[in-house]
Design a protein around this ligand. Structure first.
Ligand SMILES: C[S@@+](CC[C@H](N)C(=O)[O-])C[C@H]1O[C@@H](n2cnc3c(N)ncnc32)[C@H](O)[C@@H]1O
Length: 242
């Protein structure tokens, strides 16, 4: 059985012969089948197999994520990265999350790091609505300021000690936005990219260096998050840009 459990919903990747038997899996109350993930807003296509409704609350790392599995994606493969980012920031930091989604990184960071402020930008109104609900659910409204719209227009400038770029597609087109969000004295960017195996980590590092122009760059960490498709990896590079 290929699938993942999101809240009380079992999300299958393929049809199964006897879906009723899967209701015996602990915690599973509903079953849906996932199709493709569409467009830059990353919206999934979903068929309901058993049960009613597709909204649920998923718990991970002491965080609550409310989402509708038919409208919002949840990547199980990003679990380790969500945990890693949750406690990476230092006391008093200001963070800008350029691609916040429903709060995948912002919520764990607000709950588990001693940060002062997180500006979380999200372009998709549905994801933005869940982001706002998740801020309330997790009681972190003192820390997270949600901003609705394109990060190119909405991201605050020269405020951040750290910028999260948790989106893959054309993330490099937003490196200039991330660099503008950093404080004058510099800061860290967590840059995500989907990259062919051969170019892994060369291309993302090259892109960061190119965007930084004559600013000093120190690569702090690089890791594979998951295999994205055959021969293609989702990677993250942490870079300090002065
Ligand atoms: C798919 S989520 C990231 C997934 C996440 N890393 C996880 O752990 O599952 C990326 C989000 O970026 C948003 N997005 C894409 N382009 C954007 C832009 N230009 N400005 C703000 N948000 C954007 C999408 O709507 C989406 O909700």
């Amino acid at each position: 059985m290929k699938g993942k459990i999101i809240g009380d919903i079992l999300v299958l990747k393929q049809d199964v012969e006897d879906p009723e038997t899967l209701l015996k899996v602990p915690g599973v109350k509903r079953i849906v089948k996932l199709g493709r993930i569409k467009g830059s807003k990353r919206e999934p296509e979903v068929d309901i197999i058993l049960g009613e409704g597709t909204e649920t609350i998923h718990k991970e790392n002491h965080c609550l994520f409310k989402l509708d599995v038919s409208r919002i994606m949840w990547s199980k493969g990003n679990t380790t990265e969500r945990r890693r980012i949750s406690n990476i920031a230092n006391e008093g930091e200001t963070v800008v999350d350029l691609f916040a989604g429903i709060g995948y990184f912002s919520i764990p960071m607000a709950l588990h790091s001693p940060v002062e402020k997180i500006y979380s930008v999200e372009i998709n109104p549905v994801a933005y609505d869940y982001l706002c609900q998740n801020i309330e659910l997790n009681k972190v409204s003192q820390i997270i300021k949600p901003l609705m719209g394109d990060c190119r227009e909405k991201a605050p400038k020269r405020v951040a000690d750290r910028v999260l770029m948790g989106y893959i597609g054309n993330t490099h087109h937003y490196l200039d936005v991330a660099l503008q969000s950093l404080k004058e004295e510099g800061g860290i960017i967590h840059y995500h990219e989907s990259v062919p195996e051969k170019l892994k980590f060369r291309r993302p590092i090259h892109r960061i260096m190119k965007a930084a122009k004559n600013r000093e760059v120190e690569i702090l960490n690089k890791r594979i998050i998951k295999k994205y498709s055959p021969g293609v990896y989702h990677v993250v590079v942490d870079a300090f840009v002065k």
